[in-house]
Design a protein around this ligand. Structure first.
Ligand code: HEM
Length: 391
């Protein structure tokens, strides 16, 4: 590899393998400024951790992506607006509600795997990692079965827009948003009259609280769940499977010691983090390690790099399913710590358990194409064709 002279998060070679670039940043430019792109990057664990906790200076209000724009949800709010939204939705989206889903999530995974086994060919992304989180969130919200296909389309379109898809079609998106809005507004109305045991009913119930969620805020929160929860979980399952396929000894350990699966999920999150980075915008000049970041700067929080920092993790480039401690930043830290972390962990654990249990001798299909997502914030694959022996 030629000597690194620049970190450009949008470059194809960085997208393919960002880790040598992160090592260069951590070692030589921990507070990095790319003048050409006018963006800053923090790559060491302690700096990312401190910046995420310093919410007065590192603001989310101008969006957590590279552009200066944001959809109005709690992920792009600073306190006090963030505190209000987070405490209201946390009453509806609870760890208990997630834990109750375990049996159903396992059933969905088995169903998806059975269909793949029957068809004889298997693309982990297309057959399991992509549909699973969409089905789970649709069921949690209470979307009725005849609208599941439309829900999947709304979700794909929304992610296409926010993921910066080159095929983005504004008119199509506006139609999608309109359909989405009509469906969930009517659904919220119905749940207000006749509550059920689902997330939309729970969100509507929070409207009885003081300073309640408005109908628009409920819609935006549902939209946020689609954007924040689907592709990220897909990437966890895919990156995790790839890491295990490339570290066969660890996969063997897991087959013998399934009790290590939760720790393996943490290691997958650390080793090849589904969310590699988000951005903050500085509200005032700030000095870090002798460098001054000016006010109004876009600063990348490089989770993917922080999670490979040797100051925190022993032998950080090594994948170890039994790593302990493992205080990674894959779900961020501080006030925006991922609200869906318990759900993502559960889906990751169940997917690993079921794949290891039901598919023997899984291996990469070297004849198949393996394509990467092209996005500096999300790391994952568009396809991961696998071969396996029938159980
Ligand atoms: C492996 C899967 C996931 C990863 C790696 C992940 C990662 C993250 C990260 C890094 C943040 C902080 C963003 C920032 O402020 O910079 C975040 C926030 C958030 N995540 Fe996740 N996420 C995952 C799954 C989910 C799921 C399944 C849901 C819900 C269904 C979800 C909902 C949210 C929400 C609502 C926030 C905003 C929290 C706030 O602003 O207070 N995430 N996630």
């Amino acid at each position: 590899m030629p000597a690194i002279i620049e970190y450009d998060p949008f470059a194809a070679e960085v997208n393919e393998n960002p880790y040598p670039y992160y090592a260069w940043l951590r070692g030589e430019h921990p507070v990095y400024h790319n003048e050409r792109l006018d963006l800053w990057a923090l790559s060491r664990y302690r700096d990312v951790d401190a910046a995420l906790r310093n919410i007065e200076v590192f603001s989310s209000a101008q969006g957590i992506g590279p552009e200066r724009m944001s959809i109005p949800t709690m992920i792009t709010r600073d306190p006090p607006g963030h505190r209000r939204l987070r405490s209201l939705v946390s009453k509806a989206f609870t760890p208990r509600m997630v834990a109750q889903m375990e049996g159903r999530i396992r059933q969905i995974i088995r169903h998806l795997l059975d269909a793949a086994v029957d068809s004889g060919s298997f693309d982990l992304v297309h057959d399991v990692a992509e549909p699973l989180p969409v089905i789970v969130i649709a069921e949690m919200l209470g979307v009725d079965p005849e609208h599941r296909a439309a829900f999947k389309r709304w979700s794909d379109d929304t992610i296409g827009v926010l993921g910066g898809s080159p095929n983005f079609d504004l008119n199509r998106y506006l139609r999608t948003w309109q359909e989405f809005k009509v469906y969930f507004t009517e659904m919220a109305e119905r749940r207000r009259r006749e509550p059920r045991d689902d997330l939309v009913s729970a969100l509507v119930r929070t409207q009885e609280e003081q300073d309640a969620l408005t109908p628009g805020e409920i819609l935006n929160f549902i939209l946020l769940l689609l954007v924040a929860g689907n592709e990220t979980t897909t990437n966890l399952i895919t990156n995790g499977a790839l890491a295990l396929l490339e570290h066969r000894d660890d996969a063997t350990i897991l087959r013998e010691r399934p009790d290590l699966i939760p720790s393996a999920v943490e290691e997958c999150l650390r080793y090849d983090s589904p969310v590699q980075a988000t951005f903050r915008t500085t509200t005032a000049p700030v000095e870090i390690r002798g460098a001054t970041i000016p006010a109004g700067a876009k600063v990348m929080m490089l989770y993917g790099s922080a999670n490979r920092d040797a100051e925190i993790f022993e032998d950080p480039d090594r994948f170890r399913v039994d790593r302990n401690p493992n205080d990674h930043l894959a779900f961020a830290i501080g006030i925006h710590y991922c609200l869906g972390a318990p759900l993502a962990r559960l889906e990751g654990k169940l997917a690993l358990e079921e794949v290891l249990d039901r598919m023997k001798n899984i291996r990469l299909d070297l004849a198949g194409r393996r394509t990467r997502l092209d996005n500096p914030m999300f790391r994952g694959l568009k396809t991961l064709p696998l071969l396996f022996d029938r159980p």
